[in-house]
Write a protein that binds this ligand. Structure first.
Ligand code: ATP
Ligand code: MG
Length: 394
């Protein structure tokens, strides 16, 4: 029996004339992302991407797991393929479905006649297949209203497909179709979620991490690389730039008023991030900031950090509660790593009384007390680049 993977498009279905662009980006991304599962053929029609194994060594289960994390797909299903002939369909269904339905309390079969030339209607297909499968499963009830599992027979353009229900895909827009941005990635809970959310909307993500060795450890940087690698489950790969803030921070402790420490550091981080972004064609910065979460994320504080740069700053978490952010971080699998206790450059020199309502002219006056420009030039020159992969590719 031939098994394939059916991926139904998400938002791409709404794209008018641009649909082919998104479709081909999706297919290309899918090819790359499921490659560890073997060699497959790809075909798309009527807002479905059909993924067919080229040989017996393909791992369909693995391909399905990987496909579920590709943005642009609403649902995925592993399905048996057969000729569009009712006898063949029933023969395939009785061979394929019982194993998948057994163990459930109730089931039903639905028909989807995507090809209107097929002689039977959707309910007729469902009844014929449902009764044939039901005969083999006397212990499982047929429940048309509220079944525990719904098997589906889809009649499509070329073939019929039989499956035991589909699973949710990753949603969103194909990765990398909406422009490139630099994600300021810390070891916390928020920034990996922010990166995931923008990647899901089609942004191609490059990460930038600031360390402050020896105040932050090598292990702290590895934790951030691990978070980037977990986000790569959804993006396939990611470049991570690393810049050291050690000199800048040491100079700040000598020269500037402690109350302004965090704000000035954040402005410096933003300037460096803008340079790193522009150097690789990124058109925006992404941060994990959420309004009011900490002193540096009040409205006046955000205005003060934005004022340091000439590049849009995207903050996908801005209106979210911590609980909501944590929920996503658990869902995407970054939470457990994020909560490991390692130091961050933002927390090694924290003021006891940070400014929550900074005035820009006071901030600028404080900033003028030291030569940020020269120190930032040096920090930028010593930037390191790491290529991050998914665990499966590493
Ligand atoms: P959490 O709030 O969950 O501890 P966080 O990453 O949001 O983690 P914040 O102190 O709230 O930490 O920082 C706000 C934002 O600034 C982060 O979301 C991130 O985008 C950026 N940021 C903070 N520290 C760093 C860093 N060391 N390197 C790169 N970006 C950073
Ligand atoms: Mg935060």
């Amino acid at each position: 029996m031939k098994e394939i993977i059916l991926c139904k498009y998400g938002e791409i279905v709404l794209k008018g004339l641009n649909k082919p662009y998104f479709e081909s980006a999706l297919t290309k991304e899918m090819k790359f992302r499921i490659a560890p599962a073997g060699e497959f053929e790809f075909f798309h029609s009527q807002s479905i991407l059909y993924i067919t194994p080229k040989n017996d060594s393909c791992d369909i289960e693995l391909a399905l797991e990987l496909a579920k994390k590709v943005f642009g797909i609403a649902t995925v299903a592993r399905a048996a393929e057969c000729e569009k002939d009712m006898d063949k369909i029933i023969e395939t269904a009785v061979a394929y479905l019982p194993d998948k339905i057994r163990g459930h309390r109730s089931f039903k079969v639905t028909g989807k006649r995507g090809d209107k030339r097929f002689p039977l209607t959707s309910p007729e297909i469902a009844t014929a297949v449902g009764s044939a499968v039901g005969d083999l499963l006397p212990e499982v009830d047929v429940d048309l209203k509220n079944p525990e599992i719904t098997a589906v027979v889809e009649i499509r353009e070329n073939c019929a497909y039989i499956h035991a229900g589909s699973e949710r895909g990753a949603g969103g827009i194909p990765y990398g179709t909406c422009g490139k941005a630099t994600l300021l990635l810390s070891g916390g809970i928020d920034s990996p979620v922010a990166g995931y959310m923008m990647a899901r909307r089609g942004a191609l993500i490059e990460a930038l991490h600031f360390e402050s060795f020896p105040y932050t450890s090598e292990r702290a940087e590895e934790k951030v690389a691990e978070l980037a690698s977990l986000v790569c489950e959804y993006t396939g790969r990611m470049r991570m730039k690393v810049i050291s803030l050690t000199e800048i921070q040491e100079e700040m402790t000598k020269k500037v008023n402690e109350e302004y420490f965090t704000l000035l550091l954040r402005r410096s981080m933003m300037r460096l991030a803008e340079r790193a972004a522009k150097a690789s064609g990124c058109m925006a910065l992404i941060t994990g900031e959420s309004l009011g979460q900490v002193a540096s994320q009040t409205m006046p504080a955000l205005v003060t950090t934005d004022n340091a740069v000439n590049i849009p700053v995207l903050r996908p978490l801005i209106g979210m509660d911590k609980e909501e952010i944590i929920e996503i971080s658990r869902k995407i699998g970054t939470f457990e790593t994020s909560i490991q206790p390692y130091e961050d450059c933002c927390t090694v020199f924290t003021p006891r009384h940070p400014k929550t309502r900074p005035e820009l002219d006071r901030v600028l006056a404080e900033e003028a007390k030291m030569d940020f420009k020269t120190l930032e030039d040096r920090a930028f020159e010593s930037m390191r680049i790491r290529e991050i992969r998914r665990a499966i590719d590493a």
